[in-house]
Design a protein around this ligand. Structure first.
Ligand code: CTP
Length: 404
């Protein structure tokens, strides 16, 4: 992928992984990006500004007051200039500072003044990364509309092993590419998204469910906002922080999801059903807790209503997108679902370790109403969300009678 013309501020904070940022910076430059480096004072103890100046042939600022080469409020001018700000490595300290809105050096000031996407790439000791304070700060960064990559797991510079490693350069490059490819092309549209599993209660403390984590639906909601759409997310019970700018409605059972979707559908022009809705629910819900008195028991189940199929019956000119998780005959089954549920687009994938419910990645095929099949290689769920939103944009353009 080329970054020709992309303007990137590369922020370096004080982690031993700062030396890896030299390779990241060189790779960005090699792909055509224009790079400027903003370093903290501690980062400059690990790798000198001269290293970046020489290896990347780019401007480097540590302290705009000590070294004002051309004083034009650089933190503001760099923030305005950037298409993206990437803080790699991001220490627990810079994460905490930015979560708290602190701006006491060149890098943190540039981040606070940002009007482009900001991507944090954490690298630190795993105890520091997993500390509830750091996790809370990362959550806050998400809520402030920033992006935070998951660090890799493995051997760390401190001699310990765990989560906190600087991710592979290729992974960071892919994430930057995803964020640079965001366009405000869905401004004026209203998107309804479902995500996560449903819980079908047997008694007051037990339920039938599935391992859906909601990651795919949440990634679509996160990106839909960036594409300019007004976004509503109807979510089953999941562990994910609500994405920035999304209106969220929490539900538990398939019936509650059905009711929520039906009351929201009319106000939206695009619906993307990424949730793993239970197909069956206990016919009778036992009041209270069932005691283990019987040697065996049978639970009678009743079919739930198919929300997506129901939307398909009354969709008018709205755009409807469905998901299909299959174990075999991927394309055949997905095409059948697309027709049966009257969809415009379907994303279908086979269950595997890297494409399943809990993975951060996915792969599969996107099939549209005209029978076009696009193979999607293994990519981050965020990237797949961008591809899907672009596909929706194409359907809108085609309907309007033109194509880019
Ligand atoms: N879906 C839904 N309501 C249901 C079940 C599924 O809205 N009660 C939606 C899912 O959100 C997904 C799509 O339908 O977008 C695919 O669901 P799936 O259960 O895999 O398809 P089915 O038609 O039920 O086919 P099968 O169970 O035979 O695989």
């Amino acid at each position: 992928m080329s970054f020709e013309g992309a303007k990137i501020v590369l922020g370096i904070s004080g982690s031993i992984a700062a030396y890896k940022a030299v390779y990241l910076g060189r790779e960005l430059v090699r792909r055509g990006a224009e790079v400027r480096v903003a370093m903290t004072k501690n980062a400059a103890k690990f790798v000198t500004p001269l290293t970046f100046r020489a290896a990347l042939s780019c401007p480097v600022v540590v302290d705009e007051f000590e070294d004002p080469t051309d004083f034009n409020m650089q933190h503001i001018s760099w923030s305005k200039w950037a298409d993206i700000i990437v803080i790699a490595p991001a220490t627990a300290n810079i994460i905490a500072k930015c979560a708290g809105g602190i701006a006491n050096d060149f890098l943190s000031t540039t981040i606070l003044a940002a009007n482009s996407p900001v991507l944090f790439v954490p690298a630190m000791n795993s105890a520091m990364f997993l500390n509830p304070a750091t996790q809370r700060n990362i959550k806050t960064l998400h809520q402030l509309g920033h992006f935070v990559m998951q660090p890799d797991s493995g051997d760390l510079a401190c001699g310990e092993s765990g989560a906190g490693r600087f991710p592979e350069i290729e992974k960071i490059i892919a994430e930057i590419e995803t964020l640079l490819s965001i366009e405000k092309t869905l401004t004026g549209h209203k998107i309804l998204i479902t995500a996560g599993p449903t819980r079908e209660y047997i008694d007051s403390v037990r339920f039938i469910s599935n391992p859906s984590t909601g990651k795919m639906g949440y990634a679509i909601a996160e990106m839909a906002v960036r594409f300019g759409a007004e976004t509503t997310l109807i979510s089953g019970p999941v562990e994910i922080t609500p994405p920035y700018g999304v209106r969220i409605i929490y539900v538990t059972s398939a019936e509650k999801m059905y009711n929520a979707v039906m009351s929201e559908f009319g106000a939206h022009d695009i619906a993307i059903m990424a949730s793993a809705v239970a197909d069956y629910t206990p016919t009778k819900k036992f009041p209270g807790k069932i005691k283990k008195t019987a040697d065996s028991m049978a639970i009678e189940l009743t079919r739930t209503r198919d929300i997506l199929a129901e939307l398909g019956k009354n969709k008018g000119d709205k755009i409807l997108v469905g998901f299909a998780l299959e174990t075999d005959n991927l394309i055949e089954n997905a095409k059948d679902k697309l027709i049966r549920k009257n969809l415009d687009i379907i994303f279908a994938n086979l269950e595997s370790e890297k494409t399943g419910f809990s993975a951060d990645t996915n792969a599969g095929v996107i099939i549209d109403k005209d029978g076009n099949i696009e193979e999607i290689p293994l990519l981050s769920k965020r990237k797949i969300a961008v591809i899907l939103l672009r596909k929706i944009q194409q359907v809108i353009e085609k309907r309007a009678g033109y194509s880019k």
